[in-house]
Design a protein around this ligand. Sequence first.
Ligand code: C2E
Ligand code: MG
Ligand code: MG
Ligand code: MG
Length: 286
Amino acid sequence: NAKNAGKNRYCVFDDDMDKRLLRRLELEKDMRGASERQEFYVVYQPKWDAQTDTPVGLEALMRWPHPKFGVVSPDEFIPIAEETGLIIPMTRWILEEACRQNKVWLDKGMPSMIVSVNVSVRLFESQHLLYMVEHALRTTGLPARYLELEITESTMLYDVPDMIRQLNELREIGVRISMDDFGSGYSSLGSLDQIPIDTIKIDQLFVRESDSPSKRAIVGAIIDMALKLHLELVAEGVETREQIDFLRASGCNVMQGYFYGKPMNIEQMDEWLLQNAGRPSGETLV
Ligand code: C2E
Ligand code: MG
Ligand code: MG
Ligand code: MG
C-alpha cells in the first residue's frame, strides 16, 4: 500500500545517504595520510596549438588511486580536500612536482611548454599562495614564465576581497593566470576587463555542444570578446575534428582534449612528446 511504498522509498533513500556519507567520511579519513603514503600522483594533459602544430602547454591533474575504492575522481576528492584544508599541502606538493617535471622536459630540449596547475580559491584565502609558488620555482629552477595557474571562473571573485591584489603579485613575478571553465556559470563577463588574467579556457560544455547553433553563438561571442581584450584562448574538452574546425574558424587555436591527448603519466607523456613534438608543421595529428 501507499504507506508502505512511501516507507520503502524512504529507506532506500536513507541507505543511499548512508553509503554516500560513509564513503565521504572514509575518503576524508584516508586523505589525511595519503600524502605521507605518497598515494597521489600527477598526470599531464597537453595543450596543442593547431595553428603552429606544436604542443604549447601541459595541465597537471591530480590522481588518487584509493586502496579500497580504486581511482577516485578529483571532482570527488578535491571538494573534500577544500573543506578539510588538506588542499593547501596538496597544492604545495603538486606545484613543486609540476614545476620539477616541466624543468626536466625543458632541459631535455622539448618544445617550451607552460605547465599549469589548478588552484582552488582556498589557496587565496590562506594567503600562502605567492610564497608557495615562489618556493616551488626557486627549488626546481623553473623560470616563472613556464608556470600558469588555472582558477575556475565560478570561484574567481568569490568573496576573497584581495584576490585581485594576489593575482597581480603572481603576475608580477612572471606567472601566468588562466580562468578555467569559462562560461560555466557565474559569468564574470561584466568585470573581465578588471580581472588580471592572461588566458580564458572555454568550458568543455560549450565545446561539446558546439553543434547547436545557440551554443555556437555563445562560443563565438566569448572568442570575440577575449580577442578584443587581448586574452589568450584555450578550448577544453575537444574531441572531434568538427569541433576543431569550428573553433579555428572562430579564432581559437589552442586546444586541449581527448582528440589530442588524454591526461598521461610521465612515461606516457614522454612517449607522446617523442611522437608529437617537433613534427614539421602541416603534418596532421592522427
Ligand atoms: P579542469 O581543470 O577543468 O580539468 C579538465 C577535466 O576535463 C579533467 O578531468 C580532464 O581529464 C577532463 N578532460 C580533458 N579533456 C577532455 C575531453 O576531451 N573529454 C572529456 N570528457 N573530458 C576531458 P579531471 O582530471 O577528472 O579533473 C576534474 C577537475 O578536478 C579539474 O577540472 C579541476 O577542477 C579539478 N582538479 C584536478 N586536479 C586538481 C588539483 O591538483 N588541484 C585542484 N584544486 N583541482 C584539481
Ligand atoms: Mg583546469
Ligand atoms: Mg576546465
Ligand atoms: Mg572543470
